[in-house]
Write a protein that binds this ligand. Structure first.
Ligand code: NAI
Length: 333
């Protein structure tokens, strides 16, 4: 039985092929995104398509997939804003996703961004390679004794709190649904504004919703400590990037680390090293010496990719046998 992959990168091929041994599915990998431009090329009788965050499963695309005989859309990611679920339901197409894959991967990348920024290891790396062993400009600050504010204490936020407690930080948190077991480990829940006011480092770990778009904006940044560190590994739309640039210029934000960016779909996961980037906002951000940008790589560990492949293939197997996915595979339609 064939699974047709879209937006497939070499690492998708490697991990899905490795974890396919017990299932023996026929795997076909296409580099192109799935969208109206390519959907007609899907062969009749393809039972499963496997897609990622930037594939576009519009009403039209799903209608054509249904005509071709597609029975399952397997999302190899957590987010599903790119799939018209109602349309899939109407066509009787099942949709599954991978809601959690190594929250520690994202939490550890968040910590890596903080440690890079506060000890300037990205600069030291380049400097030493040029035989410049001077320390001027590399002055950092201790994490021990600082206050870290965590916005959202779900799976990733909790893992991040544990790391920051380990550094000897005071850890404050805001979440509309506080976790009593986390509070018992020493994390103090406070209202959002209080967390902003008291924290030296703010890290975002909540999902993007219509209500919290631009949660970090000129006004909320005004409440924060001058010289704070802001880290966003969650979703680009949580911060108003222009207001953040203003905050960097005034020194309100001393350090910024982002793994996500509101307009990332035009940039991330692509090698644009030979291209002219037209997005002036990201170019401005990257021009600051105290800003670190990574291209949505926080999840990108061996462990997370193994879990994504295992969960996705396991869900497809269960569904093809007429069952429902167990464990981490979650049905959306
Ligand atoms: P989760 O669903 O386990 O936890 C989210 C938490 O945020 C919940 O406790 C919820 O109550 C809380 N929350 C919701 N709205 C909030 C608000 N306005 N303010 C404060 N808290 C709020 O999600 P998980 O697995 O911890 O993931 C968090 C986010 O991390 C995801 O939504 C996704 O955007 C991002 N992510 C980023 C990845 C990357 O590679 N950079 C990979 C995976 C997830």
């Amino acid at each position: 039985m064939k699974i047709l992959f879209f937006s497939a990168k070499p690492y998708d091929r490697e991990f899905f092929t490795r974890h396919n041994a017990p299932y023996g599915f026929e795997l076909e990998f296409l580099e192109t995104h799935l969208g109206p431009h390519i959907v007609n090329a899907v062969a009749e009788g393809t039972p499963v398509v496997c897609v990622f965050v930037n594939d576009r499963l519009t009403d039209e695309v799903i209608g054509i997939l249904a005509e071709k005989g597609v029975k399952i859309i397997a999302l190899r990611c957590a987010g599903f804003n790119n799939v018209q679920l109602e349309t899939a339901k109407q066509h009787g197409i099942r949709v599954c996703r991978v809601p959690a894959y190594s929250p520690e991967a994202v939490a550890e990348h968040t910590a890596a961004m903080i440690l890079t920024l506060n000890r300037k290891t990205h600069k030291a790396y380049n400097r030493v390679r040029e035989q410049n062993f001077a320390l001027n400009g590399l002055l950092g600050f201790n994490l021990f004794g600082k206050t870290a504010g965590v916005i959202g204490t779900g799976k990733i936020g909790r893992a991040f709190c544990r790391i920051m407690l380990g550094f000897g930080c005071r850890v404050l948190a805001y979440d509309p649904y506080p976790d009593a077991s986390l509070a018992a480990t020493g994390v103090e829940y406070l209202p959002f504004e209080e967390v902003l006011k008291e924290s030296d480092i703010i890290s975002l770990h909540c999902p993007l919703t219509p209500e919290n778009r631009y949660l970090i904006n000129r006004e909320t940044l005004g409440l924060a400590k001058k010289g704070m560190t802001l880290i966003n590994t969650s979703r680009g739309g949580l911060v108003n990037t222009n207001d953040v640039i203003e905050g960097l210029k005034t020194g309100q934000i001393a350090y910024l680390g982002i793994d996500v960016y509101e307009q990332e779909e035009n940039l991330f996961f692509k090698d644009l090293s030979g291209s002219i980037i037209e997005d002036d906002t990201i170019q401005r951000l990257m021009s600051f010496p105290n800003v670190l940008v990574t291209g949505h790589q926080a999840f990108f560990t061996e462990e997370a990719l193994a879990q994504i492949a295992e969960t996705t293939l396991g869900s497809v197997d269960q569904l093809m046998k007429g069952g429902e996915p167990s464990g981490e595979g979650i049905m959306l339609a």
